[in-house]
Ligand binder design. Structure first.
Ligand code: FAD
Length: 283
């Protein structure tokens, strides 16, 4: 089992993908993954349904990344619907499938859960999973929020709990997406002051259509700078130009991050290898 923390080298790129809704769409996803492999990522992570519904798919996909593509694969795992039994069986499944990297998350309340059920969940926060995952030999990542998590009363409070995740053994952090690099640079300063010394991957999402702003972006809580609003206003009726402009925006963000010595860039691909490839070609 690999115990190497990632991001020890110079500039790296990694990708996030998500499982298709239907098993019959797996061949398409594997094609996407084969294309992403050509871009030489440091790792590829795969999301997990907050209610655990996609757990088998996540494991299948990460096993493909790890064992077939020979790239480090990271399985996301959320606390929201996890019981003691399902946590232990998930660990066993991951080990049996050769998966040794996990992104430990809380998850948001699944739609099919009441507030009371969510509040009564077995594992309240990912910090409770991290030490056990580490003890079982996994390399463990956790999430962080350059604009603070929406539930945290303050950035100080959020950083306090982030440090707790690191103290429990998180090897590195992956950031929520952001569009304003200055926010990320400030966050890096604050994490350093808080004694958080593990690598932090910068989350970048290319906005290739106007409708993405209304969905994924709203959920992330990322603030949208004027430069991005202007771009949306200009190209909202022209999908091809909007795509080009979105790719250019993400490319500029990554260039600037690299100039500021940010080593790890994590691209939220939305399962679109062409977009990821276009960005890397421009870099
Ligand atoms: P936490 O670390 O628990 O933080 C949530 C809130 O609780 C924060 O306000 C924090 O300050 C506070 N907190 C943390 N620890 C404690 C503690 N010990 N005691 C009291 N308060 C505490 N969701 C999915 O469903 N599936 C995915 O695959 C997925 N992947 C993601 C990948 C990334 C990189 C990111 C950034 C998010 C992802 N999410 C995913 C969304 C995530 O589940 C939500 O943002 C969720 O609301 C918080 O998850 P967390 O792990 O950051 O939670």
């Amino acid at each position: 089992m690999s115990k190497q923390p990632f991001l020890t080298s110079a500039a790296s790129i990694s990708f996030e993908i998500f499982p298709p809704k239907k098993w019959e769409n797996f061949p398409n996803l594997y094609e996407t993954l084969d294309s992403l492999k050509q871009l030489n990522p440091e790792f590829i992570s795969c999301t997990y349904g907050a209610n655990g519904s996609n757990s088998k798919k996540t494991a299948e996909i990460v096993s493909y990344i790890q064992n077939q593509l020979k790239i480090e694969g990271i399985a996301h795992l959320t606390c929201a619907a996890l019981t003691r039994e399902s946590f232990l069986s998930t660990i066993e499944t991951f080990q049996a499938m050769g998966i040794h990297n996990v992104l430990a998350l809380r998850g948001d309340k699944p739609q099919d859960m009441t507030e009371e059920e969510f509040a009564a969940r077995t594992y309240k926060h990912p910090s409770e999973l991290i030490s056990e995952l580490k003890a079982a030999g996994f390399t463990v990542a956790a999430a962080c929020y350059p604009e603070k998590h929406y539930e945290a009363a303050s950035m100080e409070e959020d950083l306090h709990y982030l440090k707790h995740k690191v103290d429990q053994g998180a090897d590195f952090l992956i950031s929520q997406l952001f569009f304003d690099n200055d926010i990320f640079y400030r966050f890096m300063e604050l994490t350093a002051k808080a004694g958080i010394n593990v690598p932090i991957e910068a989350g970048i999402m290319p906005i290739t259509s106007a409708k993405m702003i209304g969905t994924t972006i709203n959920l992330s809580g990322a603030s949208i700078p004027k430069k991005m609003t202007d771009l949306l206003a200009k190209y909202q009726d022209n999908p091809e130009d909007m795509r080009k402009a979105g790719i250019e925006y993400a490319t500029d963000q990554i260039r600037d991050l690299r100039e500021h010595s940010v080593k790890g860039i994590h691209i939220y691909t939305m399962n679109n290898a062409r977009t990821a490839g276009d960005i890397l070609a421009q870099l």
